[in-house]
Ligand binder design. Structure first.
Ligand SMILES: Nc1ncnc2c1ncn2[C@@H]1O[C@H](COP(=O)(O)OP(=O)(O)OP(=O)(O)O)[C@@H](O)[C@H]1O
Length: 253
């Protein structure tokens, strides 16, 4: 196994008095897809959001323990959460393009982070991000049109392109296909498979079939606890814990 990209150690997350994540330790491998699965409310999204400090935006939420990316503690007071979220991008359940043109959706992050010296560099970032998200051919002649006018699946790939535009190393995806039809889902899954060559991807999914299709490793959460984590094939064919077995065979959740 290579060195981990993300190391979480004894992570606890509280919403007020309610503890949503208990003592989670996990090592996430670079350039691969890790799926988080588990019944509703088990804390998958909460734990995902600790990896780019999105929980900071929820007043009552408190995170304890340590999360390191490339050995650096992302909760260190020196870390700027805005920079962190460029390095650790996020794609949400519902596609959420900005009410701007397709071009400006992609150019927004690079402009804020000063990634382009001039218009031609910005054009290059926009086209290469759309190419990496497999969307270029579909939109190259309509970059001035609103992102919100695209189909749901295209909007989600636009959101992936937007995350890619600021050169992230990690991409977090919180049920990215749950609002998409099967054809759009298949396209996003194909894209995830291509992206793993260059990015570390963590995906929360309710679909065990999706976890089996796209991920190399799977982590099963239950009641805020990480019950087990391992190669996806092992988790689905030979789980060690009875709770995992019960979940994957549809006995609960
Ligand atoms: N913003 C919030 N404020 C208070 N409690 C929250 C908040 N978000 C999540 N929780 C609580 O934390 C626990 C874990 O929720 P979380 O959404 O992380 O689970 P999940 O496994 O992602 O669920 P689902 O699959 O339904 O999205 C639940 O008890 C939930 O009610």
């Amino acid at each position: 196994m290579t060195d981990s990209k993300i190391s979480a150690n004894k992570v606890q997350v509280y919403y007020g008095d309610n503890q949503a994540i208990k003592d989670v330790d996990i090592e996430i491998q670079p350039r691969s897809v890790t799926a988080f699965i588990g019944p509703s409310g088990c804390g998958k999204s909460t734990f995902l959001r600790t990896i780019n400090r999105m929980n900071d935006t929820i007043d009552i939420c408190r995170v304890e323990g340590s999360i390191k990316i490339d050995g650096e503690d992302i909760y260190d007071p020196k870390v700027d959460p805005v920079q962190l979220r460029a390095k650790v991008g996020m794609v949400f359940q519902k596609p959420n393009p900005f009410p701007k043109s397709i071009y400006d959706n992609i150019a927004y992050g690079p402009r804020i982070h000063g990634l382009a010296k001039n218009k031609s560099e910005l054009d290059d970032i926009v086209s290469s991000s759309l190419q990496k998200a497999g969307l270029w051919e579909e939109v190259k002649n309509r970059l001035d049109e609103p992102g919100t006018g695209m189909s749901g699946g295209q909007q989600q790939r636009l959101c992936i392109a937007r995350a890619i535009a600021v050169s992230p190393e990690v991409i977090l995806m919180d049920e990215p296909c749950s609002a998409l039809d099967p054809i759009a889902t298949a396209k996003v899954e194909e894209l995830i498979d291509e992206l793993r060559e260059n990015y570390t991807i963590v995906i929360v999914t309710h679909s065990m079939q999706q976890a089996a299709r796209v991920s190399q490793r799977t982590a099963f959460f239950h009641l805020g606890i990480l019950v087990e984590e391992g190669p996806t094939q092992d988790i689905f064919t030979n789980p060690k814990d009875k709770r995992t077995q019960d979940y994957i065979t549809g006995r609960f959740g």
